[in-house]
Ligand binder design. Sequence first.
Ligand SMILES: [Zn+2]
Length: 484
Amino acid sequence: MRIVIILVMTMLVSSVLAQSDSGVKYARQIDTLDLKKYVYKMASDEMEGRKTGSAGLEKAAAFIESQYRSIGLQPVLNNGTSYRQEFELVKSSPEINHIVLNGQALINGVDYIFEGDMDMPQAKEDTLILLSKTQLESPGQLDIKDKVVAFTRLDDPFKNFSLYKKLTELKPDLIIQIVHTQSLEAFLGASQNSGERGTYMTLNPFERKGFGRVYMDMARLVKVTGYTRKDLLEDGAEISIDYHIRRKKERVKTSNLLGVIAGEQASNGVVVISAHYDHEGIKKGVLYPGADDNASGVAGLLEIAQAFQMAYEGGFRFKKSILFVMFSAEEDGLLGSGFLTKNSPFPLSDITVNLNIDMIGRVAPEYDGFEEYIYLAKSDKLSKQLHRISERVNDKFTGLTLDYSYNSPDHPLQVFKRGDHWSFAKEGVPVIFYFDGIHDDYHRPTDKADRINYGLLQLRSNLVFQTAWSIVSAEGALELKKQR
Ligand SMILES: [Zn+2]
């Protein structure tokens, strides 16, 4: 209720303050009922959680295409006949022939969990190098190239991370990380990102090449090797290992979906408004609907596109072109946006800005009870004008609290690098990333459509719309000239 009242007031105040702001009339096209319809559709069972390569994602793509068509966006691909930018990925998954420790064959998923990307033409026998605490103090001195090493993780997760990184730089064949916990799955659960560990996709041609990583728990290692904990921890144990690990590779086709509203001149610049439409799919029989991640962004983008198209059909001509993009394969490592920035229908030097929307329908716990906020991550180093426009538009039209907490490149969660905007930012394109934070349903089966705050989704979509409007219309376009 509270949100509805505030929205009505915001609209009244805005229209009085901003008679000349022509976008306001069209912003009203961004409608909570339509947003809700789109989120429910994208998060429905028939879309199967929208895993890249699945039939569900193809259904989502076909639905988005049909919406682009009914909105009236212009296709730019295949000589202006198609919205689809199709591309090929390679899906690679581990195939473990065997891992045998001291004569005992181990089972993946029971005795250990494998991830990593090694592919061995033939089996290998070796002796396990158990790294002692002292050796771990200065891993730079170790000679472990092409060897199998095991180490016990330290208590500090950040230290573990850098230790692991240092070990990988020494190029061992296989790293066994010993965890002190009852359940390996529980230890890994929080970080689990894809259905099958060690399975991932890359842009074709297949380019990652590396080493194996195995997680084992201490109790299991004691049982299998016959050594005591103390032997194992103090480097007094000798363990033989015989292993053969291969990879299976298959090709996967998927598409980004692109639609355009043409500006006066392409050389005036292009504003890219984007959202990814893929998600996690079905894992172990459980559907991950991805209502906030990122059906909310898809819904917002469709409504924003419709508002712009209405203005265009009403006779408005924009200084800059607007390219609407729905990315595939974001969850597999920003692959769709990575492909687009390497195969853009417009030269990257003409892209003025990327406004990327990824999760804008929920309230993170830190904002419980105070809902009108949005996290922005942006490249203000690349564009101070963009920052000013974004702030001014928000003051004038949406009045959200703009929270820049995730903006720092030093933030431990590295949010700035964890969305499709990063594919643009690393090419020097100014970006703004719109994001509601990390909530309890993030990447869980409970990220459902009935948990979305649709009033808030509308308000945040409106912020993106007004920011884009300001950049493509006359005054903003002048202020934000071609950057590079
Ligand atoms: Zn996402």
